[in-house]
Each structure stands twice: as structure tokens, then as C-alpha cells.
Ligand binder design. Sequence first.
Ligand code: SF4
Length: 315
Amino acid sequence: MPRYKNVSCPYSKQKGNKSGKRQDIVEDVTFNLIKQAAIYLPLDIKKALQKAHEEETSQIGKTQLEAILDNVFMAEEQQAPICQDTGTIIFYVKAGATAKNLDVVEAMLVAATRRATEEIPLRPNAVNPFTNKNSGDNTGRYVPLVHWEIVEGNGLEISVLLKGGGSENVSTVGMLNPGDGLPGLKRFVIDAVIKAGAQPCPPTILGVAVGGGADTAMFLAKKALLRPLAEANADSEVAALEIELLEAVNMTGVGPMGLGGKTSVLAGNADFAYRHPASFPVAVAFSCWACRRASARISGDGKVKYLSQKVEDRC
Ligand code: SF4
């Protein structure tokens, strides 16, 4: 039996919601998502780390992967965050066009963030860049950042990404020449991985996006980090690029924690937008191995379904 089968489920500890009010449910579900993301590495990433550990040929790389996996299991057993840097909280919300109480959803996300900071606890990671004052509760101007998408229906789908600072610091956008084309994109991504070295705590997960403006490219690259590792882009050309990029970046030899080895990157999730004829933006969003993400859907009648991989298996 896997070690994580023996630990209690974060959802069994959620506070009962007797009011049944949509806004209370949103706060509770969001709190649970943050807690799940902070403590439990998604199963697909855990499996990818285990596979990397089995296949790693560098002894020092293998040792690093072993330490990472020990860290993952220990977090689950002790119900503690996977990493001391619990990241910056980013929400992606798909809101049904006819969903009720949308005006209070953002306040609920902020309330859940404050509660999670205190109860899990999370490291306070929101600092005013002018005064250097830490808000102490992971909230502040544009923190947590909420991305909205209006979809059909009356439900809500909430995804959370806890984005670590070390990997964020090497995320990059390049405004390439349109003539550079896909070979230029590949060079840019490989250079980014080599330049990043140990800083993003490899093996990493890469979000790569091409097109749009600089902002669209980085938005899509970071959003691609939410996609499960085994799920290829629906566009066959982009899916082929993902495979090519993964093979190429793993030939760099950066290796686990930058100490050398064959696993520098666990997956490269790519996306694209149409571009201006004169522009060829390429964005690379790095996530460390601790790619903390979780999602749930709340239907119009208040029913909740947690979407993150195999959450039920852990409960
Ligand atoms: S990059 Fe990721 S694993 Fe490394 S310290 Fe930051 S959050 Fe933790």
C-alpha cells in the first residue's frame, strides 16, 4: 500500500458548512484546494518523480530524487507543506455565465487565502515592493491574482496554483524575430533551462507559449502548468513540439537539483496564440518539481467535485 494511503484526507477535516450558502461553499472549497496543493503533490507529478528516480543513471541525481520523494511522503504523513516556500497564490476561475453571487467570489478567494495562511499555515509571501512591508496574510494588491474566464452554465470551476519564488525568478519572455521561427523558439527554451541551472529546483515542469504579445505568452505559459503531465496539447503540432522540447532540454545534463543527470525537466506543456506579423514572443514559465495545483467544480446547486487527480484515492 502506498504510504500516502495511510494519511488522513484534508477534506475529512473541512469544517461543516451548515448554511449551504454558495459564498460559504466557495470559501471552504478554496481553502481545501489551497491545503491540498500545499501538502499533496499531484499524483501525476509524484509518479513522474518515481519514474525519473528509477531511470536516473547519475548516482548524485538519483540521490537528489530520493530526497525529493522522501520530502513528498513526509509532507503527507505530517500534514505539512511540501516546501517552506508555499508560493504566491494564483487562482484560475471558470465562471458560468448564469452563476449566482459572482460579485462575492473574489472576496471568498481572499478570505480562503487568509484562512489558509493562518491554519495550514502558509509562509506569508506578499510584500509591498516600495515599503518592503509583508502583509502577513498572503494578500495585497493583485495578490492573490485571479484570472477569470466566462463559460456556459451556472457553475464555478476553481483552480489554484501555488507558485514558488525560486522557479518564478528564472521564468522568462523573449521577443524573438519572426524569422527565428520554431528553431529559434527551441534554442530559447534550451538556453533558458541551461541558464536557470539549479535555481528553479529541478526537475522542473515547463510551461512554454508562443505568440500573442509578451503578456499573452506568459499568461498561457503559466496556465499550461495546470495541465496534467501526461495530457498532450490537443493540437498535434503543439503536441509534437512538446515531445521535441522535452527530449532536447533533458539532454542539457542539468539534472535533479542542478547536480547533473538525465532528468532536468519532467514535462513541457506548450500553448500558443496568434501573433502580430512583426512579433514572435516566446515565454517559458518554470515550475519547480513542487508544482502545486488543485481544482474543483461547484455546480449551481452547491454540489462540489474535486477534480485534482485521484484525490478520492487518498481519502
Ligand atoms: S523553487 Fe520550489 S521547491 Fe525550490 S524552494 Fe522554491 S517552492 Fe521550494
